[in-house]
Design a protein around this ligand. Structure first.
Ligand SMILES: Cc1cc2nc3c(=O)[nH]c(=O)nc-3n(C[C@H](O)[C@H](O)[C@H](O)COP(=O)(O)O)c2cc1C
Length: 354
């Protein structure tokens, strides 16, 4: 295996609105070796807004923390990368994968996969602006039949990037069809820089298998970690886990507490915490317990009808806010409001509450 650029093999992937500081704290505790911020849009962040700066703040519990930046404007990307470095990021991840119109229409994200000269120029500019490692996150290409992986990896290497994260579906495919793992693995075999494989890793066993058989330097987990954050424990322990509903409730309790720790115990912090927790519970509700269906469900497969093993497991698969509120109530979330709470007044804490 090639040397890894920062010793981590297991990454919590970038997830807008979901890889929040409390969630990253939870997965770090469960075994994620490196974490990545929510995507920071350089055109906004360069203006110095508090909310954008908050996205770049590391959680004190994180081990190796990268800030992901996106955009098509060199000045703004450089300014944002420098700010992330100043705020303590261990590496910068340049997003050339985002498929969303709001990003692509401004020449950022996956749009750069069809403008490789610009990608090279921007990556070079970011690389020169900071002293910490710079990685690249890509998809297979932009249009349906595109495959620019080999070209981009060559560019990444020429620019001195530290690693390339590859999700091997095109922008066109979004999440449809198979993730081209063969392409990721072939690229990892040939490439002189570390390749981090992404996509469809639903269970610890999927990752352990790839660790044994592929030349990838690491793996990033996204949807699998949202549905079952204990996937990291499965990797660490080397065994599948089938937590009971009570054990899953304990994970929700932790997440709720960490979310309040992050946003504050007063009414304002509480309201923000609830908004974030709804998003997280929405993903946790998608998990289909291995024990209930007798097999580990792949990420791209849906199990239509299954029988929960107890009433709590049934509640946990509901997607409505009334059910989320019930769960939050069960873990004491609503008892935790303290109107007299206020943050210790530092710039950092002010940012964190933004
Ligand atoms: C809700 C959601 C938000 C995402 N946000 C980002 C993001 O901000 N930056 C990024 O590089 N990838 C983002 N991704 C893509 C994931 O990081 C990952 O590459 C992709 O989902 C494939 O991995 P998976 O099959 O493990 O989910 C997002 C994915 C989802 C489902």
């Amino acid at each position: 295996m090639k040397d890894n650029f920062i010793s981590a093999r297991i990454f919590m992937g970038a997830l807008t609105n979901l890889a929040t500081r409390p969630f990253r704290r939870l997965v770090t505790e469960l075994g994620a070796q490196a974490t990545i911020s929510e995507m920071v849009i350089a055109n906004y962040a360069a203006k110095g807004g508090k909310q954008d700066r908050a996205l770049m703040r590391r959680e004190p519990h994180e081990k190796i923390f990268g800030v992901q930046i996106v955009g098509g404007n060199s000045k703004n990307l450089v300014k944002t990368a420098k700010q992330a470095e100043y705020l303590g990021a261990d590496f910068i991840d340049f997003n050339c994968a985002c498929p969303h119109h709001s990003v692509v229409s401004h020449g950022g994200g996956s749009d750069l996969l069809r403008r490789l000269d610009d990608l090279e120029r921007l990556l070079g500019d970011i690389r020169e602006a900071v002293t910490i490692p710079v990685t690249l996150k890509i998809r297979k290409g932009f249009a349906e039949e595109d495959n620019v992986v080999a070209d981009v990896v060559r560019i990444a290497q020429n620019c001195g990037a530290a690693a390339v994260f590859i999700h091997a579906r095109t922008k066109f495919a979004q999440y449809r069809g198979p993730n081209d793992w063969q392409l990721i693995e072939d690229t990892a075999q040939k490439s002189d820089i570390p390749i981090i494989g992404c996509g469809d890793l639903a269970h610890g066993s999927d990752v352990l298998e790839k660790m044994r058989t592929s030349a990838c330097a690491g793996f990033a987990l996204a949807r699998g970690a949202l549905m079952k954050p204990w996937i990291f424990q499965e990797i660490v322990l080397g065994t599948p886990l089938d937590p009971s509903s009570e054990e899953r409730l304990e994970i929700i309790r932790k997440l709720a507490n960490y979310t309040l720790d992050a946003f504050g115990y007063d009414e304002r912090g509480h309201k923000r915490a609830r908004d974030f927790l709804y998003k997280q519970l929405e993903w946790l509700a998608r998990y289909v317990p291995t024990g209930a269906i007798g097999r580990a469900l792949p990420l791209q497969e849906r199990e239509g009808v299954w029988t929960p093993r107890d009433p709590l497991e049934d509640l946990m698969r509901q997607h409505d806010t009334a059910s989320f509120d019930k769960l939050l109530n069960m873990v004491g979330f609503d008892d935790n409001v303290d109107p007299d709470w206020h943050p210790v007044w530092t710039d950092e804490n002010e940012d964190r509450r933004a």
